[in-house]
Write a protein that binds this ligand. Structure first.
Ligand SMILES: Cc1cc2nc3c(=O)[nH]c(=O)nc-3n(C[C@H](O)[C@H](O)[C@H](O)COP(=O)(O)OP(=O)(O)OC[C@H]3O[C@@H](n4cnc5c(N)ncnc54)[C@H](O)[C@@H]3O)c2cc1C
Ligand code: SF4
Length: 490
């Protein structure tokens, strides 16, 4: 049946009043006292009944404002109405048209600041449609039932894109690199993704912990890319193991740089070099990727700490502090210099952290760390803060309260105050234009850099941003590169 016909029939099945009267679904979750001791995913996903009921809440607005809030303009009502009529695979297909990894985005996108913030229900004083939960529902359903792993060889062959023989290299296997690879492979290119680490997935694997994003979700997507012919080379650092000229000599026509922003920022205060003070990047990578918290057989064990303080208020800080609890900390504390309202972390992460017993020391800022005779951190001095006037972005700036400090005992400090672009690739390529912050400068519409055969996207261009923006960049760059190759511009 034509899209317009079934949708208009579906719309008539319930009045807008009936739809808005339905309460927003609650995500089934593991109980805090159980989950704070393990890495099981906290959000369990909607049941089919819950998803159907939630889909009915969507009014299928003629001018859907939710779409305006989505950084990649997913056709939100179209996928939700497919859930309502029971065509879940069709819903997943619509998501896939715009988002390369919807099962990931359904879990980690800050929907409350994007699509859900602009849902018409909010204007009516109601809770928005749970767009993120529905995205996850459709994507998980599709991963479970139609993953290419379950297909016969002939089905896989039938889906294999026609190749054009042109080789393209990708540096970095985070969401930008993966979405580029998928798109370029579908356009017929031989794509090889080079990854510095021993695991594929970028921050999705080494940063975001399993209790928020299980690795099997990312692995299923990687398997799908492999089935499309994408090759992965791990433990290969572009700019060190292989230089740009090596790639050229190897026949790669162009390269997509997606090396992310994994260089941690520090505060440069006294005591930051003490043992036990580390970046969240180091803390999470060692635990998530290298089994550092294992009781036995870890090559890089981390000191678990009785009192772990995490400095910062973003998603990375929340992931670190909740990881500290799971590793066995008795006290896990967020130290943040502004108030909770200004915290950049997703609201759900803050809620989950509190439920699990994380303490929040808001309006506090570290001044100094104090160590013992072995050079290990033992205490930190905190400056108490208050909020001043809003800055140019409308965020109220924190300012110190004179003579108001506090000293607390700590044995691990995780610094999570932002990241900078990974410098190796930008610094190893002569003629590549960079910004003052060392991000790669690109043409916004094509993501082409100052060197015509090099495109770039994700955090290496934006600084620390989001998964959905990185994915959007990957796809956009693949299409733009294809255009330039077809036009023989590169
Ligand atoms: C702990 C944490 C939690 C987060 N939570 C969220 C969230 O909830 N929601 C959200 O939207 N965003 C979140 N983010 C941000 C989001 O993960 C990033 O914006 C996104 O991953 C950027 O994607 P990317 O592909 O550009 O880079 P990355 O994911 O950083 O991937 C870059 C990859 O390139 C590799 N690499 C680097 N240099 C080289 C080289 N020279 N050669 C080869 N490979 C190289 C790296 O090893 C890495 O695997 C979080 C970030 C962190 C750290
Ligand atoms: S704004 Fe809300 S109700 Fe309207 S189409 Fe989008 S999700 Fe549905």
């Amino acid at each position: 049946m034509e899209n317009n016909q079934w949708r208009s029939e579906l719309r008539k099945k319930m009045t807008a009043k009936e739809r808005t009267a339905i309460e927003r679904v609650k995500m089934p979750e593991l109980a805090p006292k159980i989950r704070r001791k393990n890495y099981k995913e906290v959000n369990c996903g909607l049941t089919s009944e819950q998803a159907l009921q939630e889909a009915k809440r969507c009014l299928d607005c003629p001018k859907p404002t939710c779409v305006l809030g989505c950084p990649v303009s997913i056709d939100i009502p179209h996928f939700i109405k497919n859930i309502e009529r029971g065509e879940i695979l069709e819903a997943a297909k619509i998501l896939k048209e715009t988002s390369a990894l919807p099962a990931v985005c359904g879990r980690v996108c800050p929907q409350e600041k994007q699509c859900e913030a602009l849902c018409i229900h909010k204007k009516m004083g109601k809770q928005s449609v749970a767009i993120g939960y529905l995205e996850r529902f459709a994507a998980d359903y599709s991963l479970g039932s139609t993953s290419l792993n379950h297909r016969s060889p002939s089905e896989i062959e039938a889906n294999f894109p026609k190749t054009n023989g042109i080789k393209i290299a990708v540096a970095g296997s985070g969401p930008a690199g993966l979405s580029f690879a998928g798109e370029a492979a579908k356009l017929g290119y031989y794509v090889t993704v080079f990854e510095a680490l021993h695991e594929i997935g970028g921050v999705l694997k080494y940063g975001i912990p399993e209790f928020r994003l299980p690795n099997m979700i990312i692995d299923a997507e990687i398997e799908n890319l492999k089935q499309l012919g994408v090759k992965f080379v791990i433990n290969c650092i572009i700019g060190k193991t292989l230089m740009l000229d090596d790639l050229k000599n190897d026949g790669f026509r162009a390269i997509f740089v997606a090396s992310g922003a994994g260089l941690p920022n520090f505060m440069h205060i006294k005591g930051e070099n003490l043992i036990g003070v580390m970046s969240s990047n180091e803390y999470l990578t060692r635990i998530n990727l290298m089994g550092a918290a294992r009781e036995q057989n870890s090559d890089t064990p981390v000191f678990k700490g009785k009192t772990v303080a995490v400095i910062g208020g973003g998603n990375t800080a929340m992931d670190s502090v909740r990881t500290a609890l799971r590793v066995g900390a008795e006290r896990a504390i967020i130290v943040y210099r502004r108030s909770e309202e200004e915290m950049p972390a997703r609201i759900e992460e803050i809620k989950h952290a509190k439920e699990e017993g994380v303490e929040f020391m808001i309006l506090h800022n570290p001044l100094e760390y104090i160590g013992d005779e072995n050079g290990r951190v033992r205490q930190m001095i905190l400056q108490k803060m208050e909020l001043g006037n809003p800055d140019e972005n409308g965020r109220r700036s924190p300012k110190p309260i004179p003579n108001a400090t506090e000293t607390i005992d700590v044995d691990v400090v995780v610094v999570s105050v932002g990241v900078s672009p990974n410098p190796l690739i930008p610094s190893s390529i002569e003629g590549l234009n960079l910004s003052k912050r060392n991000t790669v400068l690109v043409d916004e519409s094509t993501l082409q850099s100052s060197i015509p055969t090099i495109f770039a996207g994700g955090d290496i261009v934006r600084g620390g941003a989001t998964v959905i923006l990185a994915m959007g960049d990957g796809r956009k760059a693949a299409r733009a590169m294809h255009e330039k190759i077809l036009n023989k511009e590169i």
